[in-house]
Write a protein that binds this ligand. Structure first.
Ligand code: NI
Length: 215
C-alpha cells in the first residue's frame, strides 16, 4: 500500500481501453487487499498501478464478518457489491453531504470532507461491459473519494489550507502513527459517525413529521 507523500499517488491514472485477464487478476488482488486492510474502497494507484480502476465494498458486516444491508439506503441496496469499475466518470451529481473520511494511503487521519450526495457513475466492468451506478449514501461518497485517487488527488487535499498543511507537515515530520493508534483513531471515528447518523436521522424525522396541529 502506497502512502502519502509517495509521488506515485500523485500521477493521473491511465484509461483502460481493453479489459484483459491481467486486469481481472489485478481486480481480484485489489479486492483481497481492500478486505485485508478493512477498507471500503481501493484505487489502482494506491497499489502502484497507474490505471483508472477502483474497487469498492461499503456494505457493513455482522458479528460473523458477513456483509449485511443494514443501514444502506434504498439506492445502495440495488447496487451489487463488491464493485470493480474501470474508467469511472461522473455523469450526474446533485446535493451535498459530508462525512468523516479516511484513506488507506493516509492511515490514522480522519477529517470531514464535503461531497455530492447523489452521483451517477458510468464505466466498464471487469468484462469490459458498460455499467452505470446510481447511488447516494456512503457508496456515493466512496466512489468520489476513489475517483479522486485516479486524478492523483487525496482527501487531505480537499480540506482547508490550514488543516491540510497541518496533517501533511505532521506526516512529513513524524511519520504515521503505529497500527495500534490507527486502530484507536478508527474506533473513535466509527463512534462519531454512528453518533452523527443518529442525530441526522432524528433531524430528518423531524423534517418529515407533520407539524403539530395549531390550537
Ligand atoms: Ni483513499
Amino acid at each position: 500500500m502506497l502512502r502519502y507523500p509517495d509521488p506515485r499517488l500523485r500521477k493521473k491514472g491511465l484509461s483502460v481501453t481493453t479489459v484483459t485477464d491481467e486486469h481481472r487478476t489485478l481486480v481480484k488482488n485489489m479486492i483481497e487487499t481492500m478486505y485485508e486492510e478493512n477498507g471500503i474502497g481501493l484505487a489502482a494507484p494506491q497499489v502502484g498501478e497507474s490505471l483508472r480502476l477502483l474497487v469498492i465494498d461499503t456494505r457493513p458486516t455482522d458479528e460473523d464478518d458477513k456483509p449485511t444491508t443494514e443501514g444502506l439506503t434504498e439506492l445502495e441496496k440495488q447496487v451489487q457489491q463488491p464493485i470493480a469499475i474501470f474508467n469511472p466518470e461522473i455523469v450526474e451529481q446533485r446535493d451535498l453531504t459530508d462525512y468523516e473520511e479516511g484513506c488507506l494511503s493516509v492511515p490514522g487521519f480522519f477529517e470531514t470532507v464535503e461531497r455530492a450526495q447523489y452521483v451517477e457513475v458510468k464505466g466498464l466492468d471487469e468484462h469490459g461491459k458498460e455499467i452505470r451506478i446510481k447511488t447516494d449514501g456512503l457508496l456515493a461518497i466512496c466512489l468520489q473519494h476513489e475517483m479522486d485517487h485516479l486524478e492523483g488527488k487525496l482527501f487531505i487535499d480537499r480540506l482547508s489550507f490550514l488543516k491540510s498543511n497541518k496533517i501533511k507537515n505532521k506526516i512529513k515530520k513524524t511519520g504515521y502513527p503505529d497500527p495500534e493508534e490507527v486502530a484507536e483513531e478508527r474506533a473513535k471515528v466509527r463512534e462519531l459517525r454512528a453518533e452523527r447518523a443518529k442525530t441526522q436521522s432524528v433531524a430528518e424525522r423531524a423534517k418529515t413529521q407533520p407539524a403539530a396541529p395549531k390550537k
